[in-house]
Design a protein. Structure first.
Length: 294
């Protein structure tokens, strides 16, 4: 397999941070801030106000200055920004009313968002996200990469500059869409990049040749010029992907996991296997997970 013909440097100019002013949102701020400084990006902090209730007798819409719900949201937004500063980062607050995904989708298009940073609630809340809440639409349908700060990542207290980056891959085309992000982040942070490949259910008698073949395929993925500044490692293990990735992340005290996921057909949220794997990893990972749609 030849080395990938893909850029090893990425460009991030605009980052979107949706917030409901919760602790989960606050936990995501340092990651958005750190990435904005690395790439010289602008951060858009967005809050979506619930759409107005449908009344049997239509009423004139209140002007914003007379709408108590809107005014409270503005106060909460100002409080959120003042208590979660983004030092040396250009940022802008956005307050819109409507359905969550419709508004977020519009912001992504209007402001040409390159990366979405999503904080999730506690373990129970994340399960809801995975099982079909409105937040899942952001996670699964956003056309740009999504950095999800899960419940364990948000309370880890680890430095926000990644030193150990994991790139689990099944070496499929959709999986490899994420490799340029892993390479670029490793370069920008002088981090160790570990390419992981899991092959479950292989008899121990056959594991030697399988591991050797898989490692050669992993090594061929990294362009020669990238090896001058990146510190790639290649690991092949005979485990199921979810348990393997989570176990290795704990073992290496990983700072970031970068994964490619297959695009969901149409606009449905059916659980294709790569999404199931990614969702389970996001819900349990001890560090943020960057998912890139193939």
């Amino acid at each position: 397999m030849p080395a990938i013909q893909a850029p090893t440097r990425i460009s991030i100019s605009n980052i979107l941070l949706p917030t409901d002013f919760s602790q989960a949102s606050r936990a995501a701020v340092p990651y958005a801030s750190a990435l904005a400084r690395v790439y010289g990006a602008k951060v858009f902090i967005a809050h979506v106000v619930d759409p107005e209730a449908h009344l049997s007798v239509p009423l004139d819409r209140l002007p914003h200055e007379a709408d108590p719900v809107w005014q409270e949201a503005w106060r909460d937004a100002a409080h959120f920004v003042s208590n979660n500063p983004l030092p040396n980062v250009t940022h802008q607050e956005i307050l819109e009313r409507g359905e969550l995904w419709d508004v977020i989708s519009s912001i992504i298009t209007e402001h040409e968002i390159d990366l979405l940073v999503l904080g999730t609630r506690g373990r129970q809340g994340l399960r809801k996200l995975v099982l079909g809440s409105e937040a899942e639409k952001i996670y699964r349908q956003a056309p740009c990469p999504v950095l999800t700060v899960g419940p364990r990542a948000g309370i880890s207290g680890r430095p926000h500059k990644p030193r150990q980056i994991l790139f689990p891959t099944d070496i499929s085309e959709s999986s490899l869409r994420a490799l340029p992000y892993a390479l670029s982040l490793a370069e920008e942070n002088d981090a160790i990049l570990t390419l992981l490949h899991f092959v479950p259910l292989v008899p121990w008698q056959e594991q030697g040749p399988v591991a050797e073949s898989a490692q050669k395929r992993l090594e061929a993925l990294v362009p020669e010029e990238a090896k001058l500044w990146c510190k790639p490692e290649y690991v092949v293990r005979f485990e199921f992907p979810v348990e393997g990735v989570l176990g290795f992340a704990e073992e290496r005290d990983a700072d970031l996991i970068v994964m490619g996921v297959r695009q969901t057909a149409g606009t449905t949220l059916t659980s294709h296997l790569p999404w199931t794997i990614a969702s389970e990893i996001v819900s349990e990972a001890p560090c943020p997970v960057l998912t890139v749609r193939g």
